[in-house]
Design a protein around this ligand. Structure first.
Ligand code: NAD
Length: 362
């Protein structure tokens, strides 16, 4: 298969972690007979330095010609970087918002997977963790409270602020379908999270999710109120497979779920539109404090590349081969500094990438 990729190394540790993910992808392509056509694209601070803006129209045009984006992260240290002297719409992170909008990336996926080798980093008790957990948070990314009309005004001498939470049935249907599609590739369970006891938007959410569920008879599903879900995530995280939810609830729940899995260096993510196109990037930022020191953990980016194989290219076997190689390296006791534990062998970014690449089986 031909895999056309826009590769955005970005800033800080971005180029280091993307380089390791590309090593892994190249090995997969070699073993499974695929051709990777990678086009490097500037974004964030790197693009500001070269072109004067964080994402140019030309860069966007190149991205549109590809099947997927593999990205590191963008941004610098806001306290010291000259990029943050610029107006907000010219700063590195503005590029991300524009990219999401232009490419219609409405579905954000964040896996929360606890490797048994990293269970000491999990703040939950052993009897709650059990054999570990493996869930996927599917968050709507372009609607809801964060994109609704807002205003702050003085009414009868009292300052008053209004934010609007709007969803239409089309927006709910497309994300619900995505969640059920992804559940079909996993353990076939969806938990749709809302606040239907209070919000009209949640009642519409429930109705549309129920309609979509009818097309997926193999998937078992339930509704859950968001306050209950926040509790269940720390009480019994093993019950979840795919959690489907709207923008703000997803923002909060995905951070809660990722907290219980340990280091930010392990957390992959994907943002998808209604074609197979996706943006794949680690959940963490550009970590300027450790950039250029061979200290960054490349695993989140490597696991994001595995998500790309699975969700954009439907290469499930290849994705599983990458995930198995990561698992093997952890089982053998290799760790980057952020996940280092007693009795393990500490390695740098490049060595971790090499170890994973060598363990990919065809
Ligand atoms: P950060 O995620 O970059 O760093 C937080 C902490 O986690 C730091 O101590 C860092 O060293 C550590 N860390 C992050 N990734 C790591 C990895 N792969 N391996 C080992 N340790 C890792 O968050 P921050 O410091 O708040 O932000 C730094 C910059 O990144 C800012 O400019 C911010 O705007 C940007 N940012 C970008 C994205 C993105 O591109 N999607 C996301 C978040 C933050």
């Amino acid at each position: 298969m031909r895999l056309r990729l826009a590769v955005i190394p970005g800033d800080g540790i971005g180029p280091e972690i993307v380089r390791e993910a590309r090593k892994v992808l190249n090995r997969v392509a070699q073993l499974y007979g695929h051709q990777i056509e990678a086009t490097q694209v500037l974004m964030g601070g790197a693009s500001i330095d070269a072109c004067g803006e964080p994402l140019t129209d030309e860069a966007l045009e190149v991205i549109r010609q590809q099947d997927a984006i593999l990205m590191g992260s963008v941004g610098g240290n806001p306290a010291t970087s000259p990029w943050y002297q610029l107006p907000p719409q010219k700063r590195p992170e503005a590029a991300l918002l524009r990219l999401r909008k232009e490419m219609g990336l409405f579905a954000n996926l964040r896996p929360a997977y606890l490797y048994k080798e990293l269970r000491s980093a999990c703040p939950l008790r052993d009897e709650i963790i059990g054999d570990g957990f493996d869930m996927m948070i599917m968050r709507e990314l372009t609607g809801g409270l964060y994109f609704g009309q807002r205003k702050t005004e003085e009414i009868d001498g009292v300052m008053t602020a209004v934010d609007t939470l709007t969803y239409n049935e089309m927006e709910i249907r497309r994300i619900a379908k995505r969640a059920f599609d992804i559940a079909m590739k996993r353990r076939k369970k969806v938990c749709s999270v809302d606040k239907a006891n209070v919000l009209d938007s949640s009642r519409l959410w429930r109705k549309v999710v129920e309609e979509v569920a009818k097309d997926y008879p193999e998937v078992s599903w339930e509704h859950m109120l968001v306050d209950n879900c926040a509790m269940q995530l720390v009480k019994d995280p093993r019950q979840f497979d795919v959690i489907l939810t709207e923008n703000m609830f997803g923002d909060i729940l995905s951070d809660e779920a990722s907290m219980v899995t340990g280091s930010i260096g392990m957390l992959s993510s994907a943002s998808l539109n209604d074609t197979k196109f996706g943006l794949y990037e680690p959940s963490g930022g550009s970590a300027p404090d450790i950039a250029g020191k061979d200290l960054a953990n490349p695993i989140a980016t490597i696991l994001s590349a595995a998500m790309m194989l699975r969700y954009t290219f439907d290469l499930d076997q290849e994705a599983a081969a990458v995930e198995a190689a990561v698992q093997q390296v952890l089982t053998e006791g290799y760790r980057t500094g952020d996940i280092m534990a007693e009795g393990c062998t500490q390695v740098g970014t490049v060595a971790m990438g090499d170890l994973i690449t060598e363990r990919i089986r065809g």
